[in-house]
Design a protein around this ligand. Sequence first.
Ligand SMILES: [Zn+2]
Length: 268
Amino acid sequence: MLSRPFSFDVTGEVRAFWCALASHGRIAPCAWPTRPRRARRGAQDARPASATVPHFTCSSFDELLLLERFMLPEIETNDLIAHGTLSSLLARLGEDVSEVLADAGCHYVVLEPGQRFADVSAVLRRISAGVDSWPIPPAGLCIVEERKVVLRSISPMTVVHETCHLIDVTLGGGVYLSGIEPRIRRAFNAATAFCTPYAASACDEYMAECLRAWHGEFSNDPHSLWPKATRERLQQLDPTMYEIVREIFEVTIPERAAALRGHRKAAA
Ligand SMILES: [Zn+2]
């Protein structure tokens, strides 16, 4: 236990980690900043780019060391709480997932009130996707070409579902793996029951929901009318896809993350 509170400026990844650790209750914010005021569209954000988060206490030096080695995908938001929530969810998905997504250039944008999806994506503007004029705009969107997730909601269900699309596009090398991998397409075509109704809508949603089910202990919304997506449910309903998902999280991603760390060490 660190014996005294201390102050420092936190930016970028470091700030994200402090938020993640704080939201896990692993560090105690002595003077947690108040939720930043919502910036009006077009208005100058009054806060400095690098927010000062004073007087954290940390429960162990290991956590400080963690800050140095954990790679996080970039998260664009002025909202420290949103940043912390996303970082925390990424931390729960694990260091390997985070590392692999960061290396592939995956990133997140959290929409501010009044901001539209098209405001933050050149691809959406180019293809005139019109998603902003839907009667109910989506809670989140993964833009494959930009390897970007845009979030209107930061609920665990939305963040993890969209992150699973990023995993799909990362493993597919820029296109959805679920669009090109015959085993996954066969599993989708042969499926007779799905972990959630949404999984039945298209092969990429099937992939995202099955991957989300692997992390069902924190990726379900208690208020959702859908059945809870869990490993047990996936295994019971769709053992073929369960095996593919298990291989992705237990073999493919850890091996890729280990290789990345190896390259980094060799380059250092
Ligand atoms: Zn989706």
